[in-house]
Design a protein around this ligand. Structure first.
Ligand code: BMA
Length: 854
């Protein structure tokens, strides 16, 4: 049996009043020696904390990989069981001598009874809250047993659900404050887990401690930042302390404070002349300041708290205008078009997401030109590392409270629980410069009005009134009240979208989710008409790469309709919708590999249509957040980066479409127009080169013209009748190429075809392998050379290569560009970013293109 050793931190001298460096020594991490058992079975086995029962069962070899094959359905028993966790630890005498000792659980998922040495400390019932309890009286020096009993989250609410009197949309999960996607979603499997999902610590303190430090940006301009450091101090007796704010080790400002027993709030005003501002990605450096708040008694440091903040202002601008009402963000006085996506939990089992995985995802978002992510309300409030990364990469966060696609109860116990949750989360996140908006919920207002719940659940007028009233209490009173009290500088928006797509006002005010494409089967071109003020969701599904599919499917299961593939497609009608759209635009793919590749092209083209239309419509439209950035498991979904971190075609297309400057050709009726869209804060004097080519490279028409663009604008700078432009050429055999240059630098390049891919008369795809000379090949590898972070591969196309897809079999890495078209006669260099040494590419570099799918 795995018995805990004495925790390392305990060997340090520990007693606050005699210690000048109190912060780490007053804390013991309880992350070792944990065991767990299924209560109905009884055997204790090693466990991880932070962690959860599914990953502990997997590590113990008791279950197979939950993501593989159809294992999900065999693992549903786990949610019906009770689970118990325990660890044994010692506490050094100095720790025990402290006036106060507190146990602090950053996260318990969810119905947990916590015992220390068989004394019940508390019962938890909310995954999103931090749980603390004093434990000085029960703690002893040797052999303390900490035991956490998790009740089955589904059994725990059964009786309450049955006594509710009516059903609520969303089902019994709405009674439990737990990540909704664990119960299954249209991109997520059902794994209703349990466990200590965030760290556990013991804390000791005497007399007084800092329980919160908030740096309030009272007024931030380019000339000066007027700030206040607001200390929240818990004191157990009266006493005088001095409080200081330090930057770079130097005291910036101090005050003396007389503490009274209980919670004390003390504020110190200070200012920074000519501050470096925090800017979102693309507009400047996201500069961060580090502050240290310190509490002293004379020379003795009693406690410290560190905060890293960015100096910026952010406003949600909602002004009446000729269209309706604007909806955009102004950062440091600059109106900013938001480019980004919706973020969902990165794993069905969040505790196993490493800091590296977070970093690579946030870096990919920034690399694709994004400046905003929406943390969607059916997941979880993310861990600190996520918000820290968003601060560092200049990614603003639209933060939903965790409520999605359902109605919630309104009894006082539930509301009190949510009030605690919301207060904790707002206090935790309000210092992050990335935090742009608090949003009450995902799609509940829309659901309530448009999803037929009234009929489906047969509500009486009284039930309806009660349910609506409960909604109002939660989303129009409680949550905005918490935000107004604890983070008054950040806007609150009750529900996203503000209006469902059936309401014409969804295009003239507020934010919008446009699902006419996908759910209603409308053509991608509908995105050109349905341009709202701020598009916070729109999407289309695709399949992940073959390498990711291999993560869960044996070769014989790699068929779209195999039981394994179907279990990894959670959207009702998902495959049917993909097929229908694919038939409209593409020739039938000849095999599974071609199907999954074409599905990614289809998704990317559809989203490109939408993003470009939304950007062209600036400043009327000021945001484009597609659904969805990432996945929680390897499966078909709307994501642009799959679970394994492999970018899909959409991610590359989004990077172009989200470019700071975008040249965007579009056929509107019988007219071809070319737009230039700029998010720059300075004007551009550019040159556009417009060409019409056939697929062998013959130039049919060319035009060069100056393009003058004011800062932050969208202009149509070229227009021609399509017939006139084609000069009798068949539309399926030519490509229009638009390039925008400034002082010798290519700002943006974009291609337009006059026929859907299925009708294009593409040259057959013949690729020569590296080192191979092959007559008749229209794509060849000219050279491959080792560079610092991988391999640089130089390619040459003799005829048009549509959607070239490169992969390197058996090696980890990714291409800096992929799925792109190579114009006839062009040369392109791509980078395969990898840590591995690859001695011979001839058998492992795989090249595929659209002409190679039918
Ligand atoms: C949106 C989201 C999710 C859902 C997605 C795809 O409305 O808010 O609820 O996963 O659509 O259907």
């Amino acid at each position: 049996m795995n018995r805990p050793a004495l925790l390392v931190a305990l060997s340090l001298p520990l007693f606050l009043s005699s210690c000048n460096e109190p912060s780490d020594r007053s804390t013991i991490a309880l992350d070792r020696g944990w065991e767990f058992r299924r209560v109905s079975e009884g055997t204790w086995r090693p466990a991880s904390v932070p962690g959860c029962v599914h990953t502990d069962l997997l590590a113990a070899g008791l279950i197979d990989d939950p993501f593989f094959g159809t294992n999900e359905k065999d693992l549903q028993w786990i949610e019906n069981e009770d689970w118990e966790y325990r660890t044994i630890f010692d506490a050094a005498p100095a720790f025990l001598a402290s006036e106060h000792v507190e146990i602090d659980f950053e996260g318990l998922d969810t119905y947990a009874d916590v015992y220390l040495n068989d004394s019940l400390l508390f019962k938890a019932d909310n995954m999103f809250r931090e749980w603390k309890a004093p434990c000085a009286g029960v703690l002893r020096e040797k052999g303390n047993e900490l035991r956490v009993y998790f009740h089955s989250p589904v059994s725990a609410v059964r009786a309450r659900w049955d006594s509710l009197g009516y059903e609520l949309p969303g089902g019994a999960r709405v009674l439990t404050r737990k990540a909704a996607y664990q119960y299954g979603w249209d991109w997520a499997p059902r794994f209703v887990t349990a466990g200590l999902w965030r760290p556990v610590r013991l804390r000791a303190w005497d007399a007084a401690r800092i329980t919160d430090l908030r740096i309030v940006r009272k007024r931030v301009t380019r000339e000066s930042a007027e700030l206040a450091a607001v200390f929240e101090i818990e004191a157990s007796s009266r006493g005088n302390v001095s409080l200081s704010v330090l930057r770079d080790g130097r005291i910036g400002a101090s005050v003396d404070a007389a503490l009274v027993p209980g919670l004390n709030a003390v504020s110190i005003d200070f200012s920074i002349p000519v501050p470096k501002l925090w800017w979102p990605n693309g507009l400047g450096e996201p500069y961060l300041y580090e502050f240290l708040g310190e509490m002293r008694d004379g020379k003795l440091v009693i406690d410290r708290a560190a905060r890293r903040i960015g100096l910026r202002t952010i406003e949600l601008v909602r002004d009446r205008d000729e269209k309706g009402e604007s909806f955009y963000f102004r950062v440091n006085g600059v109106s900013v078009f938001m480019k980004g996506a919706n973020f969902v939990p990165m794993d069905s089992f969040i505790p196993r997401v490493t800091a590296d995985r977070y970093e690579s995802l946030v870096a990919s978002a920034a690399g694709a030109g994004m400046n905003m992510l929406r943390v969607w309300g059916g997941g979880a409030y993310e861990s600190e590392v996520f918000y820290d990364l968003c601060d560092e990469y200049g990614i603003l966060v639209w933060q939903d409270f965790m409520f999605a696609c359902a109605m919630y109860p309104g009894d006082s116990a539930f509301l009190d629980n949510v009030r605690e949750e919301a207060a904790g989360v707002v206090k935790r996140l309000r210092n992050h410069p990335c935090l742009a908006l608090w949003c009450g919920n995902n799609e509940i207002d829309e659901g309530r009005r448009n999803w037929g719940w009234q009929r489906q659940y047969g509500y009486s007028a009284a039930d309806s009134a009660k349910i609506w009233n409960d909604y109002v209490k939660l989303f129009h009173e409680l949550l905005p009240g918490v935000v107004a009290e604890l983070d008054p500088g950040t806007a609150y928006w009750p529900s996203s979208p503000s209006r469902g797509r059936a309401d014409p006002r969804s295009l003239t005010e507020g934010d919008s989710h446009y699902w006419g494409v996908w759910h209603d089967g409308e053509a991608f071109e509908a995105f050109r008409e349905k341009v709202p003020r701020f598009m916070s969701e729109f999407g289309f599904q695709s399949f992940p790469s073959l390498a990711t599919i291999a993560r869960f499917a044996h070769p014989e299961d790699r068929r779209i309709d195999s039981a394994v593939m179907l279990s990894h497609q959670k959207a009702p009608r998902g495959n049917e919708i993909i097929r229908t759209y694919m038939e409209r635009d593409y020739r039938p793919p000849r095999d599974f590999e071609s199907f999954v590749y074409v599905s990614r092209l289809l998704q990317a083209e559809g989203m490109k249509t939408a993003i470009e239309a939304q950007r062209r419509a600036k400043p009327s439209c000021m945001g484009s957040l597609y659904w969805q950035l990432n996945d929680c498991w390897p499966a078909a979904s709307w994501s642009s980066i799959d679970y394994e971190g492999d970018p899909k075609a959409l991610h590359y297309f989004a990077r172009d479409a989200f470019g700071e400057v975008l040249v965007s050709p579009v056929v509107e009726g019988s007219v071809l127009r070319v737009y230039a869209v700029s998010d720059r804060v300075a004007a551009i004097e550019g040159v556009a080169i417009l060409k019409l080519l056939d697929f062998m490279g013959n130039v049919i028409w060319i035009d060069t013209r100056r393009v003058s663009m004011s800062a932050d604008s969208s202009v149509a700078f070229f227009e021609s009748g399509v017939e006139r432009l084609l000069r009798g050429r068949p539309g399926n055999a030519v490509v229009f190429c638009a390039e925008l240059w400034e002082s010798g630098e290519l700002l943006s390049k974009n291609l337009l075809y006059f026929a859907p891919p299925r009708e294009l008369d593409l040259p057959p795809f013949e690729a020569a392998r590296p080192g191979e000379r092959k007559s008749g090949s229209n794509l060849s590898v000219r050279s491959i050379s080792r560079v610092e972070n991988g391999y640089s591969i130089s390619l040459r196309a003799r005829a048009l290569v549509k959607n070239l897809y490169l992969s390197v079999e058996g090696h980890e890495g990714f291409f800096d560009r992929n799925y792109f078209d190579m114009l006839p006669g062009s040369r392109e260099t791509v980078l395969f970013v990898t840590d591995e040494d690859i001695y011979d590419f001839s058998d492992v570099l795989i090249m595929k293109s659209l002409a190679d799918t039918y």
